[in-house]
Design a protein around this ligand. Structure first.
Ligand SMILES: Cc1cc2nc3c(=O)[nH]c(=O)nc-3n(C[C@H](O)[C@H](O)[C@H](O)COP(=O)(O)OP(=O)(O)OC[C@H]3O[C@@H](n4cnc5c(N)ncnc54)[C@H](O)[C@@H]3O)c2cc1C
Length: 443
């Protein structure tokens, strides 16, 4: 069996590792020209679901490298006002378990981990355009440079704007979630560190602000210093032997993002870049604590970007062929629950098991893909719905309504304040959080 994967992102590369390890013939085509390209600098939270999938698919030493290259894990879930008043500060569980824990990883670093050891599998600078299915059960992928490749199975791992999905499921819809976001990255220095409290420095920080604005602060501290040398000699051996560090220039940083419904931003926000975009962030947050605004002022203008958040409309099961989809290509979701990448990884591990079974002749390719789709579609679109209903990542959220916004803000802050203070509520909050972020897919 020969498997062609379109897209060398989170899900596609995890699947490629799993198939390669199992001895399945696999090839990945990625449109970016090299392993350094693309804007991948910000944080992604990898939860037990994601850890488990990576552990299952990556070679053991590469999984260890993934763990070693994560930033220090979050210790608190903090909720704050725009004045940096702590509404809630909920200690998270110990993160020493390599699978059952929440990790913070930089996208660019995770990408470099996933490219490691895959030089013979991934082809960069190959933009997929369309496919042709043949009566003998094979499929041809075509590329914009006029070349093509044949395989038995084609996997769409090409993200939200998937060209494979457009051809296979032309009725599947990607929808604007009604949310605009500005994401910034500020180097972590003694000056910027002093702007945040200790809890904020070591936590996930959600800011419920007045005027229908939400913010998020993550502090990313890695095991290497500004010169790229290991901070702790014990890490030197592992990091020295990891070729990915030559390509990854990630350094400690603060990731400050804000989001709200579109009407809170200038009409041309998506065209804004650099200092113009930072100025917009400062204008929108003019009633925020001076320390938070200072973080915007010190942000790297080149790394700031605006984003329109998308979601997807559930798709009814279709007649299975030798082409299937994973991750954002089928179930793009808002970042409301922070599980898009984790769900892409879950898909990758599940699909890998099915394809390996087909390769070993335990089931036919079509049965394997149909079994995958039957499991993936329900949990994937359940995650899409949950994500849309959480943390104000839908433009319809009451937080953004002129009539109910204040009441909704009061309700959110009160809920988190009580959760932080009442042990039974805190326990339930943590149980729900950890079940959602990992235990559910074991069932
Ligand atoms: C602001 C924000 C914050 C987020 N935070 C989190 C978080 O904390 N935790 C979490 O789990 N998820 C998070 N997510 C979601 C997560 O980033 C995505 O769900 C995840 O990256 C999807 O992985 P994927 O492999 O499906 O697609 P991607 O990682 O997007 O990979 C798709 C790949 O396909 C390539 N490609 C596209 N078209 C073509 C083509 N025609 N030919 C060849 N190659 C092509 C692209 O270049 C890319 O490399 C967040 C998303 C956003 C927007």
């Amino acid at each position: 069996m020969r498997v062609i994967i379109i897209g060398g992102g989170t899900g596609g590369m995890c699947l490629a590792h799993g198939l390669k390890r199992a001895g399945v013939d696999v090839v990945v085509y990625e449109r970016y020209g090299s392993r350094r390209d693309g804007l991948y600098g910000y944080r992604v939270g990898i939860d037990p679901t994601g850890n488990r999938a990576l552990k299952e698919c990556l070679p053991p030493e590469l999984f260890d490298t993934f763990v070693a290259t994560c930033a220090r894990g979050p210790r608190y879930f903090n909720v704050l006002t725009e004045s940096m008043h702590a509404t809630a500060s909920i200690p998270l569980r110990d993160d020493s378990d390599e699978v059952n824990s929440e990790r913070s990883v930089s996208r660019s670093t995770l990408r470099q981990v996933l490219f490691t050891g895959m030089e013979d599998v991934i082809h960069f600078g190959k933009e997929y355009t369309h496919y042709t299915q043949h009566e003998n059960g094979t499929v041809t992928a075509h590329f914009s440079d006029g070349t093509s490749d044949n395989g038995n199975v084609l996997i769409a791992a090409d993200g939200t704007r998937s060209a494979v999905r457009e051809q296979l499921l032309p009725h599947a819809q990607i929808k604007d979630a009604g949310i605009t976001s500005i994401a910034t990255k500020t180097p972590l220095t003694p000056e910027t560190r002093a702007l945040l409290t200790d809890e904020m420095l070591s936590g996930i920080n959600l800011l419920f602000a007045t005027k229908g604005l939400i913010g998020m602060v993550h502090v990313m501290e890695f095991k290497w210093d500004a010169a790229g040398n290991p901070k702790n000699p014990a890490d030197a051996k592992l990091l020295d032997s990891w070729s990915g560090l030559q390509f990854d220039n990630t350094r400690d940083y603060i990731n400050l993002s804000i989001w709200s419904s579109h009407d809170h931003f200038p009409e041309n926000i998506i065209e804004q870049r650099g200092s113009e975009l930072i100025a917009t962030a400062l204008e929108i947050t003019r009633n925020w604590h001076p320390n938070l605004r200072r973080i915007f002022e010190l942000a790297d203008p080149e790394a700031a970007f605006p984003l329109r958040i998308s979601t997807s409309v559930p798709v009814e099961p279709w007649k299975t062929t030798n082409i299937t989809l994973l991750g954002d290509a089928i179930h793009t979701m808002t970042p409301g629950q922070g599980v898009g990448a984790n769900t892409a990884l879950r898909d990758a591990a599940l699909l890998c098991r099915e394809l390996v079974a087909a390769d070993r002749g335990e089931k036919s390719v079509l049965t394997a893909l149909s079994d995958y789709e039957a499991v993936m579609l329900p949990y994937g679109f359940a995650r899409v719905a949950d994500s849309l209903n959480n943390n104000g990542t839908s433009g319809d959220d009451p937080l953004y309504s002129r009539s109910t916004g204040r009441l909704a803000l009061f309700g959110a802050r009160t809920y988190f304040s009580l959760t932080s203070k009442i042990p039974a509520m805190r326990r339930k909050f943590l149980d729900d959080l950890y079940t959602y972020r990992g235990a559910e897919d074991l069932a």
